[in-house]
Design a protein around this ligand. Structure first.
Ligand code: RNT
Ligand code: ZN
Length: 418
């Protein structure tokens, strides 16, 4: 039997098993295809960017590894992204950082950047059926230090305010061009290695900076503010903590970004969604994977990811939750890293969508807790991989581990020659 025939046959059997629980597998396949991920551009080049200012990566984040073939130019990055997305079903967004502007070899400082520096990206995205999201960049710059928007020094603070304002302007232009709001993420690394003498001082300054930055209204972009627990070298205090941004987001109606690597390791990020959905406009996710001190390992299908996807689906919040990715690993093939992460997120969503939620909720409403637990347990061994294979087959992307060979071929033909 051909591979295709086997997949079709096992899919048929799986469809019947799920139908018995009231789940329409074909409907799920159609819905899964419509979910766009916001793929981060910075896995392709270890968060270096093309700014021509010669900075090294700072801001409490670190990339380890030196795997051959990182994207050294915008053209290489674009090619790598297209290779990665060719192994992922559906159409997706690309999330750019300001340092990835098309500066044409010129030194353009962060307080000088304009939409024109992203014109070629907008064009490229259009040609390739992608939409863009955006991020201001506080790190890897001589003025980054430990404090940017929360800096008591007016010159430095105003420099970063100007930068962030310009990033919102660029985002709005991107949103306008693609006829769909551009999600702009604001993450700054501000913090300190040791406990500061006055925690309130910097948070108060950050609040004022944000108020100034957000004083311009835009129609084609959405502001997202990203919290963090700690940075490398900034372990004792983070100005933009979760409490800070949650409070700010609720007060000002801004979207809070939940990076799954930015919480205590035993804290459930999935559990936060249902609360945020009640009090903030939407949710931005940075799907990542924390391992001990690192918050940015390649995303894989683990319990944390499954819990997160299940919450999105159980809350019926697909139209309110933006699923961005955020990780960087330079120890393995970088394009392969993209494919692993994107496919893991899709698998987690598929698993969540295959859940017979009305039956589970019915058990719960009737106080049938044994039945609820038993069904949740049995769902773990339902034949979802057969549905996943069919999803890949229908969307003409590599099936199962076939993408390993594709990535190896690309490595041979393209990235090894860099
Ligand atoms: C850092 C934040 C932030 C960055 C990117 C590069 O801890 O997660 O989102 O990873 O902006
Ligand atoms: Zn993040």
């Amino acid at each position: 039997m051909s591979k295709e025939q086997t997949i079709k046959q096992t899919f048929q059997a799986a469809t019947e098993r799920y139908a018995a629980l009231g789940v329409d597998v074909n409907k799920v396949l159609g819905e899964l295809k419509k979910i766009s991920l916001s793929i981060h551009c910075w896995q392709a080049d270890d968060v270096t960017g093309y700014e021509n200012l010669g900075g090294t990566l700072t801001g409490g984040i670190q990339v380890t590894g030196n795997y051959q073939g990182k994207a050294g130019t915008i053209d290489e990055l674009r090619r790598d992204i297209l290779k990665a997305t060719s192994c992922v079903a559906g159409s997706h967004r690309l999330s750019l950082h300001e340092i990835y502007g098309d500066f044409q070899g010129k030194k353009v400082d962060r307080d000088e950047v304009e939409p024109a520096h992203f014109a070629s990206w907008i064009q490229w995205a259009k040609e390739n059926g992608m939409k863009l999201d955006f991020n201001s960049t506080s790190f890897s710059h001589p003025k980054s230090g430990d404090l940017t928007l929360s800096n008591p020094d007016d010159d430095i603070r105003n420099f970063w305010i100007e930068h962030t304002k310009r990033c919102r302007w660029i985002s709005d232009e991107m949103g306008k061009a693609q006829n769909d709001p551009c999600m702009m993420n604001l993450w700054i690394h501000d913090g300190s290695k040791e406990v500061p003498a006055n925690r309130l001082k910097y948070r108060r300054i950050l609040e004022q900076s944000l108020n100034e930055i957000f004083s311009t209204e835009y129609k084609n972009m959405c502001d997202c503010i990203e919290a963090k627990l700690f940075g490398i070298g900034l372990e004792s205090y983070t100005v933009g903590s979760y409490d800070f941004y949650l409070g700010y987001g609720i007060k000002k109606g801004k979207i809070v970004t939940l990076d799954t690597g930015h919480f205590h390791l035993t804290e459930s990020v999935a559990d936060k969604l249902s609360s945020l959905l009640l009090f903030t406009p939407e949710i931005m996710l940075h799907v990542s994977r924390p391992v001990r001190w690192d918050s940015d390992h390649v995303v894989i299908l683990n319990d944390d990811l499954s819990d997160l996807a299940r919450e999105i689906i159980r809350c019926e919040a697909l139209d309110k939750v933006h699923i961005g990715l955020d990780y960087f690993d330079a120890t393995i093939n970088r394009i392969g890293a993209y494919v692993i992460g994107c496919r893991a997120v899709q698998k987690s969503l598929l698993l969540a969508m295959l859940e017979p939620s009305s039956l589970l909720q019915q058990y719960e409403a009737e106080g049938k807790y044994f039945q609820r637990l038993a069904l949740q347990e049995e769902l773990k061994s339902m034949p979802w991989p057969a549905v996943w294979d069919m999803f890949c087959l229908q969307n003409d992307v590599p099936i199962g581990n076939d993408y390993i060979e594709e990535i190896e071929q690309y490595e041979k033909d393209v990235t090894d020659k860099r």
